[in-house]
Design a protein around this ligand. Structure first.
Ligand code: SAM
Length: 406
């Protein structure tokens, strides 16, 4: 594959769907482009890049090959418990409140918006008191969502209990109750589209989970601006635990509030107020910002989740995402041997020996008996020809090993 054509394709995808090429497993974009080129019968990457720039259907077809659709019912659980509490605290108590408007962006194959619909129904909110819109850029995922039939993979962890009574067995898996399916309106669009829902009413709650993590920084800024525009001034934004707002020296328009385990945010006061701010009362009193230090166990749990996610991403060779998740874990809960060891392993796999060594050294600084990091340092020292240092690290690792087996 010629690098120039691939760069043009990367730039196009970054502009249209915001995809950060570094978020993809190595070689994936090349393989996706090759697959599309075979389907349309060309073997010239440069002319394929030109076709892509000129043809919306082809851009969509390539998009289908590169998006990460991973999702499941009641993913991460806490945001749905938080949603139920919001409803109990406010919407069930105040029947005169306007109809609750919720947006799931992106919704992938529908598990998230349908979980919202199930959560609201179980909370006892009548169906004429809420609307749920769901948006994704992938036509293929939306087709699955509209079909409402799911394999066992869509039910992980607590999802089996949370969804009990809402599915019927089906030849292809499990079929969602049509009454729940009717509660969600699906739309195909990009979160970067400045005209998305331009004249629609604003949302009280937007779930925007597990999208920002895949986007380049300019795209994150554009999505933030979409979210800012579509959210009521007193509305809530719910992110995924690996998603990041702001960054690259840019301030975010949102502020984390409430229980850190739910990743809920509200607009900062300076952020574009709209006339509806005057019309509606706040849907819930803003919870105090909980400083990380005051919730050590939750912070620790989140950092552990992030590291587990980072390990999965590293195993899938999605190195840039894995590094980002490790860095977020360190930001949340401070340096840890587990985080630095993983960072060291990733840098080593990428051939960056200096950074790998730096991370393994930090690991053994934090945990002087970290056997795997000691062995990795021995290997790196060996590769540099420093046999004495290598022997020293090996001795330390061996002492650690003997202490553990005695
Ligand atoms: C990992 S899924 C997340 C689904 C769900 N929010 C969740 O957390 O389980 C990411 C989804 O983002 C969609 N996506 C990627 N770029 C997008 C964009 N620019 N606009 C809208 N959807 C996008 C993909 O098609 C994919 O379905």
């Amino acid at each position: 594959m010629k690098a120039g054509g691939l760069h043009a394709i990367e730039a196009l995808l970054a502009d249209r769907i915001g995809l950060d090429p570094a978020a993809l497993p190595r070689g994936m974009l090349g393989r996706a482009a090759k697959k599309r080129m075979e389907e349309i019968g060309t073997d010239d990457l440069a002319s394929y890049a030109l076709k892509l720039a000129a043809s919306e259907p082809e851009l969509l077809a390539l998009t289908e090959e590169v998006v990460v659709p991973e999702t499941w019912f009641f993913r991460d659980e806490q945001p749905f418990a938080w949603l139920r509490d919001q409803i109990a605290a406010r919407w069930l108590k105040e029947p005169a409140l306007p109809r609750l408007r919720v947006l799931s962006l992106p919704c992938s194959s529908g598990e998230e918006p349908f979980s919202i619909a199930i959560a609201l129904s179980k909370a006892g909110l009548p169906k004429n008191r809420f609307t749920i819109d769901a948006v994704d850029v992938s036509a293929r995922r939306l087709e699955s969502a509209r079909a409402g039939v799911y394999s066992a993979n869509a039910f992980r962890g607590p999802a089996a209990t949370a969804t009990e009574g809402f599915f019927q067995p089906h030849a292809a898996g499990f079929e969602l109750d049509p009454a729940i399916r009717a509660l969600v309106r699906f739309h195909r669009a990009s979160a970067l589209d400045p005209n998305l829902f331009k004249s629609a009413q604003l949302y009280h709650i937007i779930f925007c989970r597990n999208l920002l993590i895949y986007l380049c920084s300019t795209a994150r800024e554009r999505v933030e601006s979409t979210l800012d525009r579509l959210l009521e001034p007193d509305g809530w934004l719910v992110l995924g635990h690996a998603d990041r707002l702001g960054g690259d020296g840019r301030a975010t328009r949102f502020q984390a509030v409430g229980d850190p385990a739910c990743f809920t945010y509200r607009k900062l006061a300076a952020s574009s107020p709209t006339p509806s701010a005057i019309r509606h009362k706040p849907i819930h009193k803003t919870s105090p910002i909980i400083p990380p230090a005051s919730r050590p166990s939750v912070q620790l749990e989140i950092a552990e989740d992030l590291l587990a996610e980072a390990e999965t991403l590293a195993n899938q060779k999605r190195h840039a995402l894995a590094v980002a998740a490790c860095e977020r874990a360190i930001q949340r809960n401070g340096p840890s041997a587990r985080a630095y060891h993983l960072l060291g392993t990733i840098h080593h796999a990428q051939g960056d020996r200096d950074r790998a060594e730096d991370c393994f050294r930090k690991t053994v600084y934090l945990d002087p008996r970290h056997e795997l990091s000691l062995l990795s340092l021995a290997l790196l020292a060996e590769q540099k020809g420093d046999h004495a240092a290598a022997a020293g690290f090996r001795r330390r690792a061996k002492r650690r090993h003997s202490a553990e087996t005695n």
